[in-house]
Design a protein around this ligand. Structure first.
Ligand code: ADP
Length: 409
């Protein structure tokens, strides 16, 4: 059984094809700069001996439809796939599922219409995700397509956690509430954590920290998300590469009044020019760490602020959970930045969190434990794999759909 996973952005298509017999990757690629003259497809196909053969294609790709055709051709030419019909399913990452989607969903016209109605909640992401769905449906009409939503895992948040303290009618009329994002990643690493701990997922209290360019924290209790740091949009919560995270909302009105900026300009300022970049001019944590090491005070401040916010969330989610079994780090920073993990856990003995520095600094990319033997809370580093989780969920949905069909006959 082969499943393709598609993550379609406004000017890019990222894809992977899995052989679901052993969940291995058969091919993957990234088409970038769609709509520009210098579009570029970087593709790799698994060849004999677990080796990947890489190819690169540079050619103007006018739109996503042409992009999907190009990917189709490359898959055929490299032997990764004879044709699209060989796929058992295509799983699409969709950023915002609102309250309509709490589960992986088989895509039909009605589902597409509903995703479209959610565009105001994710004006940058959902249109791009929809375009990916539409071109994949046109290019592979006989292959079932499944939508997997970044928000779905957080649909278990209780009302006291998802409501904002603004007039209730804004929720009823405009669906303003906390949705949360990175759900596929939080769910994946939380399940992996349970596996590593050899404990049933449904019995655990976890804090999962997805620290990439975007970043979010989630409190997971008994297998479900009970709170998460991102909100109506992915702007709230932790300090991120270019996003401010938590902010006094009055700053926006103050900026409007005092600087004459439009709301669109402030939106761009808070999403693209803030966070680590806003503090020290750079959004890449590796670079910031080097600058701080070299004595750059802005870079040092950026890291201190980043850690301070992170530690506040660890503390507050520990209180929310009442009991903490494990703290899980993932994402580019969470998986690789030992210094950030170490500083995030420093002096948290009163919460039962004690890191083992040797384990923390070990050079490995495997899922692993990094807590000291006397730590009550386990501290885990778990590489995320959202594509694999999307493929797994797609497979499960297709299998349950086909068993229902068989049962009906
Ligand atoms: P995205 O959210 O775009 O998927 P990633 O999860 O890849 O991003 O995370 C990107 C972040 O991870 C960047 O800030 C990058 O500097 C950081 N990162 C990657 N490797 C390391 C490393 N070895 N040390 C510190 N930070 C790292």
């Amino acid at each position: 059984m082969k499943i393709m996973v598609i993550n379609s952005g406004s000017s890019s298509i990222k894809y992977q094809i899995f052989d679901m017999r052993d969940r291995s990757v058969l091919a993957s690629g990234l088409l970038e700069k769609i709509g520009e003259p210098d579009s570029r497809l970087a593709h790799q196909t698994l060849v004999q001996g677990n080796r990947f053969e890489k190819i690169e294609k540079k050619a103007a790709v006018a739109d996503h439809r042409q992009g999907f055709d190009l990917i189709n051709t490359v898959l055929k030419d490299t032997g990764a796939l004879r044709n699209m019909a060989e796929l058992a399913g295509i799983g699409h990452r969709v950023v915002h599922g609102g309250e309509a989607f709490t589960q992986p969903t088989l895509i039909d016209d009605a589902v597409i219409d509903t995703i479209r109605t959610l565009i105001p909640l994710a004006p940058l992401h959902n249109p791009a995700n929809l375009t990916g769905i539409e071109v994949a449906r046109a290019g592979a009409p006989d292959v079932p397509q499944v939508a997997i939503f970044d928000t779905a895992f957080h649909q278990t948040l209780p009302p006291h956690a998802f409501h904002y303290a603004i007039p209730r009618e804004l929720y009823r009329k405009h669906a303003i509430r906390r949705y949360g994002f990175h759900g596929t990643s939080h769910f994946y690493v939380a399940k992996q954590a349970a596996g590593l701990m050899r404990r049933p997922f449904e019995t655990l209290s976890l804090i999962t920290l997805h620290l990439g360019n975007g970043a979010s924290a989630t409190a997971v209790q008994n297998g479900v998300s009970i709170d998460t740091s991102m909100g109506l949009t992915p702007l709230e919560g932790l300090i991120m590469g270019t996003r401010c995270g938590d902010l006094d909302p009055a700053i926006i009105f103050y900026l409007e009044r005092e600087t004459g900026r439009s709301s669109d300009a402030i939106d761009a300022l808070l999403n693209k020019e803030s966070g680590l970049k806003g503090i020290c001019g750079v959004n890449d944590m590796r670079e910031i760490a080097q600058l701080a090491e070299a004595g750059n005070t802005d870079a040092r401040l950026a890291i201190d602020m980043y850690l301070y916010r992170l530690r506040k969330y660890i503390g507050s989610y520990t209180a929310v959970l009442g009991r903490l079994d494990a703290l899980v780090f993932t994402g580019g920073i969470g998986e690789n930045a030992a210094g950030i993990r170490s500083a995030a856990c420093r002096d948290l003995e009163m919460l039962g969190i004690i890191i083992d520095e040797d384990k923390n600094r070990a050079a490995t990319r495997e899922a692993r434990e990094i807590h000291s033997t006397d730590s009550r809370v386990r501290i885990l580093v778990i590489p995320t794999n959202e594509e694999l989780e999307i493929a797994d969920q797609t497979k499960r949905l297709l299998e349950s759909a086909s068993s229902h069909e068989t049962g009906d006959r």
